[in-house]
Design a protein around this ligand. Structure first.
Ligand code: ADP
Ligand code: MG
Length: 267
């Protein structure tokens, strides 16, 4: 199996050395269960994701995308192999240390916005800071700034039910970014949104992928949505537990890719 190394991206210098690598996977496999009913969800993945990019992970339902990003983010243990994020190797950490590192290193956005319905937007956004024991005043101040950053500074007091789907997803993005994580992982972030709203959300997600040399970042988006392919720096295709190709969006036949994924999705 070949290592999918940090490919140069058109218009950008190729990352050099370790500093340019955000995620490094080596020989990662994941098997759920044991014996005859065991499911091999990830089958020997070697992958380097360069920093300061938006990486798209695409592929048919059941091919292992959620399992792979769960391993990358230390939510799930690989059965074999190693997973490293900006030099942090999950398998070497105790569970407590791992939870702490994850809280500061990774932000998550999901298709279902998962806002707490009884809290106003600003308090939803403050939750990750409060969990990290930031003082309440400071947490709310930073939450307001994060809401400003997604264009919702004027809706800080709104309850989730008073916000549109697109606004709720922007609140979820503010919550994911409030603790300034180095890695943002989004699982189908636009699947519940119309085209226009999806674009607003992807613009914010794209902006979050641009860090600096001293503070590099990475965004990984899992999606079936061909409308967002052009936001990617690199599109990684997964099939049957393996990464089968990587290509920048202008080399991908979007219509064909979406058709294949739709066709292969179980009904
Ligand atoms: P995707 O996100 O691409 O749809 P998943 O990573 O969710 O794929 O699933 C990959 C495979 O692993 C599928 O066959 C799925 O049924 C199986 N799987 C996922 N989670 C579990 C689990 N907790 N227990 C057993 N099998 C699982
Ligand atoms: Mg999934």
């Amino acid at each position: 199996m070949s290592v999918l190394a940090a490919n140069p991206v058109p218009g950008q210098p190729a990352p050099t050395g370790d500093a340019g690598i955000a995620v490094r996977l080596r020989g990662v496999t994941k098997t759920y269960g044991k014996g005859p009913t065991a499911v091999q969800a990830v089958r020997g993945v070697d992958l380097d994701l360069p920093a300061n990019q938006l990486a798209l992970l695409v592929g048919p339902s059941g091919c292992g995308k959620t399992t792979l990003i769960s391993i990358i983010t230390g939510v799930l243990d690989a059965t074999e192999g190693t997973a490293e994020v900006f030099g942090n190797e999950w398998t070497r950490m105790s569970p407590g240390r791992r939870a702490k590192v994850r809280a500061t290193l990774v932000g998550f956005v999901f298709q279902q916005f998962n806002l707490l319905p009884t809290l106003p937007a600003v308090e939803n956004v403050a939750v990750p800071l409060l969990i990290q024991r930031t003082g309440r005043r400071e947490a709310l101040k930073r939450a307001r700034q994060a809401l400003d950053g997604v264009g919702l500074g004027n809706r800080a007091g709104a309850m989730p039910s008073q916000l549109s789907g697109g606004q709720q997803q922007r609140v979820a993005i503010a919550r994911a970014l409030v603790a300034r994580p180095r890695v943002l992982v989004c699982d189908e972030p636009t699947a519940s949104l119309d085209g226009n709203t999806g674009r607003q959300v992807m613009d914010l997600i794209k902006a979050a992928s641009r860090g600096s040399e001293s503070e590099p970042r990475l965004v990984i988006v899992v999606t079936h949505d061909a409308r967002v392919f052009h936001y990617a720096d690199m599109i990684y295709r997964m099939e049957d537990g393996r990464i089968t190709s990587m290509a920048p969006p202008d080399e991908i036949d979007h219509a064909k890719a979406q058709h294949e994924d739709t066709r292969r999705r179980p009904t």
